[in-house]
Design a protein around this ligand. Structure first.
Ligand code: ADP
Ligand code: MG
Length: 626
């Protein structure tokens, strides 16, 4: 069974998806971390903003209290001068509208109050001497009394909480608890004892409403989902922004029932808590104002980060997938489809020439593959053609061989006829018979000559080996060679000085030289030089006569050199037969010699023919005579 391997296409898809997912997840984690850092930084900014705002609220109050202290102690401000004091206090209250009322009094039971009752200025005066009565004055904008009412009241300022608290310390005392003001809004008080042990006290009331408004501002700066709480050290919620809307006049305390989330955040001690399947970042900021400690608790649900990140993640995955799709489309179009097409085309390998024109020009692997297949297809076709030719050739060889054999036998028969006719001739007495025998002898000679010719054509040759001096042979062929070559070709001879005795068939040798010269001429259509050289060489302890034919023609590349001796191999198209060198090769081989070629494109070619050198000519002739 074929082993399952994922195709490149699907592998690419998987890799791309894995890559996209990996990038998306990493991105998400990094973004989450960055968002978290950004958020905590943001929270710090908001909390310091809030602290600053609270500071802005209390600092003027404190400064004003110290001012009153010095004015009263230096006797510049006198509480008994009611209208002047009223005017002075009202100027301050107009500037800071969150200051709702100012109380002042002495330890002797005289108490005064100036109150801004939602824009209406009231002044309450309790004189120690007026037992059971208080006076309520309505004031105009300048602090002047425009209406006076006396009411029954057993009020004694010395019984009030702020008075008692103020006496506890020499410095400004911020109230421990909420106090119910006449405005009916929860608020807190800063009070101060004046002039040492005088028990003269002044107190300023602030409305909680204004602190809450800062919390709302801070919330705006963060996220709508955020929860903010300002808690006093007596565990009261001075102000908060929660699902529970604070009711006026009501005091809220941190408890598990009403504020379970805040409760968990405060007492778990962690900066990240889980509540009702939701995670919250918790930040608690503590600081103090004079005698009071305040805590700001900021709680942000994790979903404010994840909500936006999920959306980003969605966009990212969407974008990644789109990218994957585009890349895939590109890869498919550019690589997969060509590969499939090439594979399909390859099935024709050996039947037709595959020329992948579309892709052959490309510089990538596909171009490389296309070119390889194209040239392979050409090679295969050539090899097939070659095979066909070889088959033809061997059939031809076979026919030629049989023909040659037949001609040889025929020649032998004629030889016999001629022999007997020659023998019979002297014995014939009659003139007619002698003439007839003469005719027979002549006809036989012609028949023998003819059969030799036929043998030459069919190539089935029997060599008539004789010993020659190679130099002498070439000398004798000079005239014939010079006639063959054109005038623009120069033939140079460089024959060795010593005779080079070789055994050869003169006709075959002729054929060899003619073929080599013809090829040299073909290689030099523009003219050049042919050098015919003879020499001695020893190969494997054997002496050889070397005949080399050198031209200054086109030369051959390596591919051509490898194939020149193949029958029918030609680079000359219709002009060549491709048989020349194959015949040369066979003749040389039949002479127990060898052939070598050296060639360089553009420079020329040298063919070297090695024939065994015969040293002892005398013994050879003697043995052949035997
Ligand atoms: P043909 O001459 O008919 O082409 P040959 O067998 O004589 O056939 O030669 C085969 C091939 O060898 C030639 O087609 C040619 O390419 C190459 N060749 C032979 N001799 C030379 C030469 N002297 N210079 C260059 N190429 C040669
Ligand atoms: Mg030739």
């Amino acid at each position: 069974m074929a082993k399952f391997t994922l195709s490149i296409k699907w592998l690419t898809v998987l890799v791309m998806i894995a890559l996209a997912t990996g990038i998306a997840i990493t991105n998400y984690l990094v973004s989450f971390h960055l968002c978290e850092q950004y958020l905590s930084h943001h929270i710090e900014t908001v909390s310091s903003f809030f602290k600053g705002e609270v500071d802005k609220l209390v600092s003027p109050v404190e400064t004003f209290l110290y001012n009153i202290q010095s004015l009263v102690c230096c006797k510049i401000l006198n509480f008994n001068d009611i209208e002047k004091t009223n005017k002075f206090l009202m100027d301050f209250m107009k500037k800071y509208p969150y200051v709702t009322s100012i109380n002042y009094g002495d330890g002797k039971g005289n108490g005064y109050l100036i109150l801004n009752d939602r824009g209406r200025w009231l002044n309450r005066i309790k004189k120690a001497k007026n037992r059971g009565y208080v006076v309520w004055n309505t004031l105009n904008n300048n602090g002047e009394i425009i209406n006076k009412r006396q009411l029954k009241d057993n009020y004694d300022p010395r019984n009030t909480l702020w008075y008692k608290q103020a006496l506890e310390s020499n410095d400004i005392q911020w109230s421990q608890q909420y106090l119910f003001r006449t405005t009916k809004d929860p608020g807190f008080t800063a009070s101060l004892v004046l002039c040492g042990d005088s028990k003269e006290v002044v107190g300023i009331d602030l409305m909680i409403k204004d602190v809450s408004s800062f919390l709302y501002k801070a919330k705006e700066r963060l996220y709508p989902e955020v929860k903010l709480y300002l808690i006093s050290d007596s565990n009261e919620l001075i102000a908060f922004v929660d699902e529970i809307t604070p009711e006026p006049e009501k005091i809220y305390r941190v408890n598990k029932e009403q504020f379970p989330l805040l409760y968990k955040a405060l007492y778990s001690g962690k900066d990240k808590i889980s509540f009702h399947n939701q995670k919250w970042f918790v930040k608690i900021e503590n600081w103090s104002i004079k005698n009071r400690k305040l805590s700001l608790v900021i709680m942000i649900p994790e979903k404010v980060i994840t909500k936006s990140l999920y959306l980003h993640l969605f966009y990212q995955i969407f974008a990644s997938l789109a990218l994957v799709f585009i890349v895939l489309l590109y890869i498919t179009k550019k690589y997969m489809n060509p590969l499939i097409e090439i594979s399909e085309q390859t099935s024709y390998l050996g039947f037709k020439e595959i020329y992948l024109k579309k892709y052959s020009q490309r510089t990538d692997e596909i171009g490389y593959l296309s070119r390889a297949i194209s040239s392979a297809s050409l090679r295969i076709l050539e090899a097939r053609e070659m095979e066909r030719k070889m088959e033809e050739f061997s059939y031809f060889e076979c026919v030629r061989h049989s023909l040659g054999e037949a001609v040889h036998r025929f020649k032998d028969l004629i030889n016999i006829i001629q022999g007997f006719a020659t023998l019979a001739q002297p014995k014939a007495s009659e003139e007619f018979v002698r003439n007839a025998l003469d005719q027979i002898i002549n006809a036989s000679k012609r028949a023998i000559y003819l059969s030799k010719e036929i043998l030459n054509v069919t190539g089935e040759r029997r060599y008539e080996m004789k010993v020659f001096d190679l130099n002498f042979l070439i000398q004798s062929m000079k005239t014939k060679i010079d006639v063959t070559v054109e005038h623009y070709i120069k033939v140079v001879y460089e024959l060795s000085s010593i005779p080079l005795m070789v055994k050869l068939d003169i006709e075959a040798f002729n054929e060899v030289l003619t073929n080599l010269i013809q090829n040299a001429l073909d290689a030099m259509p523009e003219g050049g030089t042919i050098k015919i050289k003879t020499d001695v060489a020893s190969l494997l302890n054997k002496e050889f006569a070397v005949l080399s034919v050198t031209d200054t023609g086109t030369g051959m590349d390596e591919e051509t050199q490898k194939r020149i001796f193949e029958p029918f191999f030609t680079t000359k198209g219709a002009k060549g037969t491709g048989l020349g060198l194959s015949i040369v090769y066979r003749i040389v081989r039949d002479h127990e010699g060898s052939i070598e070629v050296e060639s360089e494109v553009g420079k020329g070619t040298t063919f070297k023919i090695y024939l065994p050198l015969i040293k002892d000519v005398a013994s050879l002739t003697a043995s052949s005579a035997e």
